[in-house]
Each structure stands twice: as C-alpha cells, then as structure tokens.
Design a protein around this ligand. Structure first.
Ligand SMILES: [Mg+2]
Length: 404
C-alpha cells in the first residue's frame, strides 16, 4: 500500500520575505501591490490574515484595515530560488517527488521507514529542515492517496501535520464540505447543494453512474476522490477550459504600439501554456480597461483552432484597433484563449501548420523551459524591456501571478 506525503509552505511569498528580512517576522506582510498603488494583495502573511486580509483584497482596503501593514512587491527570482532549495531538500528523502507548484509537492514515501523512520518522523524531519535552512513553515498531510494527503495538508494549516490512518479515509472526508474535493468549484458545488448534498459524506452515497450523468467524465473522478482514492495525477485535477493572461498596468498607457506590445506578450504566454497542454483555441477574447474604469471586451471565433501567437496576433490587433476609440489611458489589459480543442483529435491539426513551424514552436518552448522565458524575445515585446524588470520567469508585470 502506497503512502503519500503532501507538503505545502504556509503563505509562501510572504514567508519568503519574512525569511529574507527577519525584522518582518511576526508582522503583517502583504506581497502584491505596493502601498499607494492600485492593485491587489496576492499573498498575505498569517499576521495579515488574522486582520482579515485575503488573497485578492485590494491594496487600498488592506491599507485601511492594517495601518501598520508592510506592502512588498516580491521578486519572482528569489521565490524561484527558495522553491528550488525546498525541492532539493525533499529530493534527498524520496526518489518520487512530484512538484505541484512553486511551494507544494507530493512525495511517495512508501518503503522509506528503515532509512528515515515512520511517516510522522519523516514529516517532522522535513518540516524541521525547511524551517532551519529556509526559515519557512510548512503544513504536511499524510495518507494513502494523493488526494487524501493534499486535503490533510490543508487541514494542517498553518505549521502542522495531519495523518489519515489507512482505512480511515472515508470517515476523515465525510464531514468536510464537497468543495474540498479537487475540481468541485463554485459551479459544481451549487449543482450538488441544490440536490441537498453539502458534505463529502453525502457525496459518498451517490452512485458513480449518477455523478457521471451530472458531471461527465469528472463524475468518475469525484466519486474516486470522495472515497479517498486518486483518479489521475493531482495536476490534472482541474480541467482547463480557458487560458487567461492579464495584467494591471503600473501607469496608464496611451501609446497604441506599447499596448499592442503588451497584448503580444500576454498572447505569447497564453499560447505557450496552450502548447504545454497540447490544446488549441477556437476562441479568442481581448479585454482592456480605461482609466475611468470603462471595460471593453471582444470575442472572436478562431478557425481553424490555433496555438500559435503569430497566427492569432493579427486578429488581436484588428480587434483592439476597432474597439479602442477613446483617447484615455488604459490601465488593464488581458487575453483569453477559450473553446479549447485537444490537438490529438483535432482534424485541423495537420492543415493549419507545416511540420517545420511546429518544430520551431516546440524548440522555442524547450529553450524557454530550460533558460527562462526571456531567453528568446521577439521584436514585438522587446519594448517591454524598457518598462519592466526581467526575471527568470519573464517580465515582472504588476500581478505576481502572471510570472507563472
Ligand atoms: Mg502554500
């Protein structure tokens, strides 16, 4: 029987800032927008959370609620380094470390007892080492499946450890709300709640076949998760329906060329993500917001479906130029690729590109994967260099989440 250990850093970005500058320890640190700027708090420390700040709280509101709050921009290069050091520690203990995100990993720890002691002892060792070497507190869940270990780690937050003994999986999950199940977001939760199903225990009584009629293929996953068993890998938990890349702008921009440069950069990032998912988009949305908050949006179907920024960019340009009629500055831009098609089953796959171009895109992605996004820049985005700091993961735009 396999055993999994899920480890997750508490308030990662804020904790890294507190780790670097120990004077910030115990203080309400918020990573995201700077004080006085418009923007949101992306990661509040636990001290800030205690004062009611959540991810997504606006900086203005946070400054009002927490007058002595410390607002920091954060640095993705530093976060990346901390992430790498943490993963390196984990890899000393298990050959099977699955990195889930910058600060989360799932380890298979079956058969390690002789070397590292019981799962609980191993968890304590990992927590101690990450604290001593990186000054980051972590929460750990242990169980017989990834999904159990992950949910257990959430219950352990902050700085604790939850163990779900073998055979106790269903009982452990039963009292929890259905939205604890990966993939059950607000929409699916509402479907279940309207049927009177609020807890995972109630979900456990629903036949799998019925969940399949409600949720399609996901129904099978939900049934497995509710029983405490893994479906596919955790990173497949959320079916991707669209890929969005958007950002607020530090200063209003009026220059059309500069705005198109931003759109191209966001499109490049979105297309790269699309290719990594082996999907193409049959729909494209652009949106932008003027500094008086008027937001405009346009959608265009794409046929044949595409994952290539060079094919999609002219469409964006036309859409933007026909929509943008005011002389006001723009403070927010975004691109969304939707109606995603699997490339394997997509007939247009062969038609809409030559094999050569295909290989070129793959090698661009490969180089960027190894050396960072900005190892290759195109003429259209090079103008962004004047404006933004370069980091290993890309231009440091305003929203830290964008650098992922
Ligand atoms: Mg975390």
């Amino acid at each position: 029987m396999a055993t999994f250990l899920y480890i997750d850093v508490d308030a990662f970005l804020a904790s890294v800032e507190q780790s670097i500058n120990r004077k910030l320890a115990g203080r309400p640190v918020m990573v995201g927008g700077l004080a006085g700027e418009r923007g949101i708090v992306y990661c509040p420390s636990y001290e800030a959370r205690a004062q009611g700040i959540r991810m997504g709280t606006t900086v203005a509101e946070a400054a009002r609620k927490v007058p002595n709050g410390i607002f920091l921009k954060g640095d993705s290069h530093t976060f990346e380094q901390y992430s790498r050091r943490m993963m390196a520690i984990l890899e000393e203990y298990s050959p099977k470390v699955e990195k889930i995100s910058a600060d989360e990993a799932c380890l298979e720890i079956s058969g390690l007892e002789r070397r590292f002691g019981s799962p609980v002892e191993l968890a304590q060792t990992l927590k101690r080492r990450i604290w001593e070497e990186l000054i980051l507190s972590t929460s750990v869940g242990i169980g017989s499946s990834r999904v159990i270990a992950k949910i257990a780690s959430e219950m352990a937050k902050p700085n604790n450890l939850t163990v779900v003994p073998l055979g106790e999986e269903r009982r452990f999950l039963a009292p929890l709300p259905v939205e604890k199940i990966p993939g059950i977001g607000p929409v699916n939760r509402q479907v279940l709640n309207e049927m009177g199903i609020k807890t995972i225990g109630q979900l456990q009584t629903i036949p799998e076949a019925y969940l399949v009629t409600l949720f399609g293929r996901n129904g099978r996953k939900f049934a497995a998760y509710a029983a405490g068993m893994d479906g596919p890998l955790i990173r497949d938990f959320k079916a991707v329906r669209s890929v969005n890349r958007e950002t607020g702008l530090a200063e209003d921009i009026t220059d059309t060329g500069m705005l198109l440069g931003h759109f191209y950069y966001l499109l490049e990032r979105a297309c790269r993500r699309l290719r990594s998912l082996h999907k193409k988009a049959a729909g494209l949305t652009i949106k932008f917001r003027y500094n008086d908050f008027q937001q405009l949006e346009a959608y265009s179907p794409i046929s044949p479906a595409s994952w290539d920024e060079k094919t999609l960019y002219p469409r964006i340009k036309t859409m933007f130029l026909s929509l943008h009629k005011r002389r006001l500055g723009i403070r927010f831009v975004g691109v969304a690729l939707s109606n995603l098609k699997n490339t394997a089953s997509d007939q247009s796959f062969i038609l809409d590109r030559t094999e050569k171009n295909q290989r070129l895109l793959e090698s661009v992605d490969d180089i960027r994967g190894r050396f960072g996004f900005l190892a290759l820049t195109t003429g259209r985005t090079v103008m962004l260099e004047e404006r933004y700091r370069k980091t290993v993961t890309g231009y440091e735009l305003r929203t830290p989440g964008l650098s992922q």
